[in-house]
Design a protein around this ligand. Structure first.
Ligand code: SF4
Length: 225
């Protein structure tokens, strides 16, 4: 624990320095992308070469609540806007809206039982936003796919849903997430986290939210209700 705490502090200090420089500039898609890339690169450096059982087509855990910081939601929304044809984008927006209404008050256990899978999973069980997936998703790495399948099966059970996971990877990404949140705050930007689908849908439906965020305004509180 002592070693992990010391590493975490050093990791956060180095990342904070990079983020201060990036977010100290006028906020833009480029600077937000640079900030998120710095977070992922720093965390990946910590866990380079470590084993993981996760692979495309193994989406067992893609049913849990995912929280993102607003720059993550912005960059996912912009990527979807850029890459999807209008009809697919409209279909995705309807799917995100329906998923948000359905899962709004569900905790993780209810999501598992009801198989409320992430709306970004494609029909092959792969993440359709893999390149820009959230920090929280990047930090989740199982060491045993069979354990995941059992742990996330939609059955009512009193047994704990245990998965052997790479705790160092998770700690590195958690630290990157929290360091980014603090850097957003100290740059005067909205530092609140939001449920993944809700955040992405907000920036797809209301493109002016990007201007609001970049102008150091706060998004409407109603998004969090
Ligand atoms: S964003 Fe991608 S990796 Fe994350 S939960 Fe959804 S499908 Fe899974």
């Amino acid at each position: 624990m002592g070693e992990m705490t010391w590493q975490a502090e050093r990791f956060a200090a180095a990342l904070r320095e990079k983020l201060q420089e990036t977010l100290g500039r006028e906020p833009s898609l480029l600077s937000l992308n640079e900030a998120l890339t710095a977070c992922s690169a720093a965390a990946e450096k910590v866990c380079a070469g470590r084993p993981m059982a996760c692979a495309p087509g193994c989406p067992s855990c893609c049913v849990l609540n995912v929280a993102v910081l607003l720059p993550e939601a912005i960059l996912i929304a912009m990527r979807l806007r850029k890459t999807l044809p209008p009809s697919e984008l409209s279909h995705l927006q309807r799917t995100l809206s329906a998923h948000r209404s359905w899962t709004r008050w569900m905790d993780d256990e209810e999501r598992i039982i009801k198989r409320a899978v992430c709306p970004f999973l494609d029909s092959y069980g792969s993440c359709c936003i893999h390149e820009v997936r959230p920090l929280a998703c990047r930090g989740a790495a199982s060491l045993d796919a069979d354990c995941c399948r059992k742990a996330f099966s939609p059955i009512i059970t009193d047994d704990p849903r245990l998965v052997p996971a790479d705790l160092l990877r998770q700690a590195a990404y958690d630290e990157a997430f929290s360091t980014l949140g603090k850097a957003l705050k100290s740059s005067g930007l909205d530092d609140r986290s939001i449920e993944l689908g809700t955040g992405v849908l907000a920036f797809l439906e209301e493109p002016e939210y990007l201007e609001l965020f970049s102008g150091r305004g706060r998004l409407p509180d109603s998004l969090w209700r």
